[in-house]
Design a protein around this ligand. Sequence first.
Ligand SMILES: [Fe+2]
Ligand SMILES: [Fe+2]
Length: 186
Amino acid sequence: MVKVLDALRDEHRNFSRVLEILTRQIEFFEKAEEPDYDLAEKIVEYLKIFPDLSHHPKEDLLYQKLCLRDPRTADLMGDLETEHQKLAELTSAFEIKLKNVLLDAEQPRAEFMDAANEFIDFFRSHIMLEELRFFPAALRALSAEDWREIEVNLAQSEDPIFGENIAVPYVDLRNQIYEIATEQQI
Ligand SMILES: [Fe+2]
Ligand SMILES: [Fe+2]
């Protein structure tokens, strides 16, 4: 099996888990119940930093290779690099709305909900696109030499939550994620 694809799929699983936990916190907000803002803030911080540091660069390399090997399929799929930029923008936009809530700033509830839903929905559909269309297309089109070249050029950063060495600010978050994930089987 291709190592880089395994790593990308593992990361998708982790992103999906934290997105699910974030969704539940947003549902509390929607029902005017008290969400765990600290948890939500840390999840957004993680989703803002880690994907751009390690996950998207790997996919961008893969996508560039796919554009060379099978431009038609790459073209039909849409521009993944642009999707990564849009994702970064939606993450920042949601982070601002979340900070406004924490600062008690004037902000219609609907604006917060829209930013949250847009960010979470886009992230999920982006993962789906990659799992269902991008990875299979890359597997079909790339040669063993292509995969070797990608692995040599990989900038690998350790995941601060799900890696072997958890970054100190995320220790509590990781414990919480595992507790919630086990309880709710996600
Ligand atoms: Fe991606
Ligand atoms: Fe991805």
